[in-house]
Design a protein around this ligand. Structure first.
Ligand code: TA6
Length: 283
């Protein structure tokens, strides 16, 4: 079943309920806010301090960073993480099957987006919610000139206690340590978070988050996302974020699927790319 309600002025949210899960998706931002498999606890972190105001990003769930990840490479006045998480998407399709609910949202270039990023595009996001959660992000160049993008599905995973979390799958992978002067490093052993963590791992590997305080694993698999970005703001940055509780860093870890600066995607006119994220829960 899919129901629509207004969560805040100009903010429609789709609530999905089927035999396998419940989920919530905001048309503003094209953002999955919640995913809870039947009989399990919430998989995604959503800040209770998040604003639901147009022009501001929703803090949590799975923000869509497009057509750039991070700060704009030339113009710092442009929004961090691109335009689409600040845009209301169009509902293109709702399809319910025996084992999932699929909702497809679309975002097309407009005079407003062209004023900030001078290209024509169509981006669609297929969200398939069942016992797993799959997102398929399709980017199409609908214009007459090539363009390049960086992007990410900026997934906020909910954890019971960050101090009892480890992430496998990144062993021996090279990463750029954004929190340490962008130094180039190599992951040794499983990743554990003991301070501000902001790393771009250069690889397609799947990751498994072990949330031992909740006795569960969350597996993040991806296709055509050449980077994995891991972020926890820790104490000082949590205090500095207005839409994030001072202690929220204990309850979340971002494992983001992206194509960051080192892996820009070029799309010639009429070209498309489909990138995929799958989140699976284990015990
Ligand atoms: O997770 C990567 C990152 O770029 C971090 O550096 C941090 O800025 C985070 O995204 C959140 O960004 P936001 O613009 O949503 O506050």
């Amino acid at each position: 079943m899919v129901q629509f309600r207004v969560k805040a002025p100009g903010m429609t949210v789709a609530s999905v309920s089927n035999a396998f899960c419940v989920a919530e998706i905001s048309l503003y931002g094209g953002q999955v806010l919640s995913f809870r498999p039947k009989g399990r606890t919430e998989v995604l972190f959503l800040s209770v301090e998040s604003s639901f105001e147009r022009g501001k990003a929703i803090r949590g769930g799975i923000p869509v960073c497009w057509p750039w990840f991070g700060p704009h490479p030339e113009n710092p006045a442009l929004p961090q993480h691109g335009l689409l998480r600040l845009t209301t998407w169009i509902l293109a399709e709702v399809r319910e099957t025996d084992d999932h609910t699929a909702i497809t949202l679309e975002c097309l270039s407009t005079p407003e987006t062209r004023a900030l990023w001078p290209h024509d595009f169509k981006v669609s996001l297929a969200i398939i919610a069942g016992k797993d959660l799959t997102l398929r992000l399709t980017s199409t160049n609908t214009g007459t000139a090539p363009f390049t993008v960086t992007d990410a599905l900026h997934t906020y995973l909910a954890v019971a206690d960050i101090g009892a979390v480890s992430v496998s799958g990144l062993e021996n992978v090279r990463y750029t340590d954004t929190a340490d002067r962008a130094a180039e490093k190599t992951q040794s052993g499983a990743l554990r978070v003991t301070g501000e963590t902001d790393r771009v791992y250069h690889g397609e590997e799947a990751c498994i988050l072990y949330d031992s305080a909740a006795s569960r694993t969350i597996t993040v698999e991806k296709k055509r996302f050449p980077d994995t970005i891991v972020w926890n703001p820790w104490i000082e940055r949590s205090r500095a974020l207005k839409d994030f509780g001072d202690l929220d860093y204990k309850k979340m870890l971002c494992i983001e699927s992206g194509a960051a600066a080192g892996h820009r995607i070029r799309l010639d006119p009429s070209m498309s790319i489909t990138q995929e994220l799958k989140i699976r829960i284990g015990c």
